[in-house]
Design a protein around this ligand. Structure first.
Ligand code: FAD
Length: 302
């Protein structure tokens, strides 16, 4: 099928894009990479009268790494972020998750901010924005504002962006020293949307788990962060009670059944994936701490 007719707008600046969005209101849709929107239009699940194509807007394609965040503009493609070594060094979780987003061809065109604005519970990057305590930067006719992840995702495919607002960038916050992260998901075929996925961050201080958190793909309506510190904190990583963490995850998630898997299977899967990523992140955080201690000792003894 082909989409219903629409007017194509090609603004060159954020101000121009916001101006058009303000004029067309609910009749307009922003077009970024088109990897989610175009199939929706082709299937006529939506028929906006106006498409505001932001691909020619200058200044939205940059990745910036600062002391506390990785900030990406609205036109940064998944593949660009995946390959960005500075972003990987600052926040390895980005690449750990991005390699699971669809196939390379889709990652070459689809934008990470578009994926977050699309707010699909089966998308990897909304879960990463949540786990990193991230922020969406939005500009509309009323000006510019920042929206924290918990206030951004309202429901499946629903965000707090107003019809005249453009998400210009997102900031993924970096984790404190001593933190390691891991991501795992299970899909019927590589590149498919996951039946369940889990991202985890574990902070180890003085050999003991100080903090552990997880967020989820495909098993919650909106991205949520589960604090697992009570389940596995206060112990050395080798002694962590991963079964307690897996049980907390099984209690937390609210999966739905579909043709690929029952709700119970997804719940079980989320628990097992959580066990795996927590073990991986905790082990790596402990290894990093041990490596740093050895380096410090080595440099002081020289
Ligand atoms: P578009 O398709 O252009 O837009 C998507 C929605 O977001 C639209 O409603 C649009 O108006 C809105 N939007 C886009 N940018 C902005 C903005 N800056 N401000 C406000 N609103 C905006 N994604 C995954 O996460 N995991 C997968 O496994 C996965 N598998 C896929 C498999 C296939 C076969 C396909 C076709 C897509 C898949 N995707 C998957 C989707 C892909 O990641 C898309 O890139 C992403 O969902 C949307 O990004 P986009 O730039 O293409 O946005």
């Amino acid at each position: 099928m082909k989409p219903a007719p629409f007017v194509h707008h090609a603004p060159r600046s954020v101000e121009e894009a916001v101006g058009v969005l303000g004029q067309v209101g609910h009749d307009g849709k922003i077009l970024a990479g088109g990897q989610s929107l175009i199939p929706i239009l082709n299937m006529r699940l939506a028929s906006p009268a106006h498409l505001v194509d932001i691909n020619r807007v200058a200044g939205l394609d940059t990745v910036e790494v600062t002391d506390d965040a990785v900030r990406i503009g609205a036109l940064v493609r998944h593949a660009q972020l995946e390959r960005h070594d500075g972003a990987y060094a600052a926040l390895p979780l980005l690449r750990q998750a991005l390699v699971n987003v669809a196939h390379p061809a889709i990652r070459n065109r689809g934008t990470t901010v578009g994926s977050i604005a699309h707010a699909d519970a089966a998308g990897e990057m909304p879960a990463i924005l949540a786990l990193t305590d991230g922020v969406v930067e939005a500009t509309g006719s009323g000006g510019t504002r920042e929206i924290a992840a918990p206030d951004f995702f309202l429901g499946a495919l629903e965000t707090s962006l107003a019809p005249d607002e453009l998400a210009t960038a997102v900031r993924f916050r970096r984790f404190p020293a001593g933190t390691a992260t891991a991501f795992a998901e299970s899909a019927r075929r590589h590149g498919d949307y996951a039946m369940a996925g889990v991202a985890a961050a574990v902070t180890v201080v003085d050999g003991v788990i100080e903090r552990a958190t997880a967020s989820f793909v495909s098993v919650t309506d909106v991205p949520t962060v589960l604090d697992l510190t009570e389940a596995i904190g206060g112990r050395e990583p080798v002694d962590a009670d991963l079964e307690a963490a897996a049980e907390a995850v099984r209690q937390h998630v609210e999966p739905e059944a579909d043709i690929h898997a029952s709700a119970e299977y997804r719940r079980m899967l989320a628990g097992e994936l959580a066990r795996r990523v927590l073990a991986q992140a905790a082990g790596q955080a402990a290894g990093q701490a041990a490596g740093q201690a050895a380096t410090t000792k080595g440099s002081t003894s020289r």
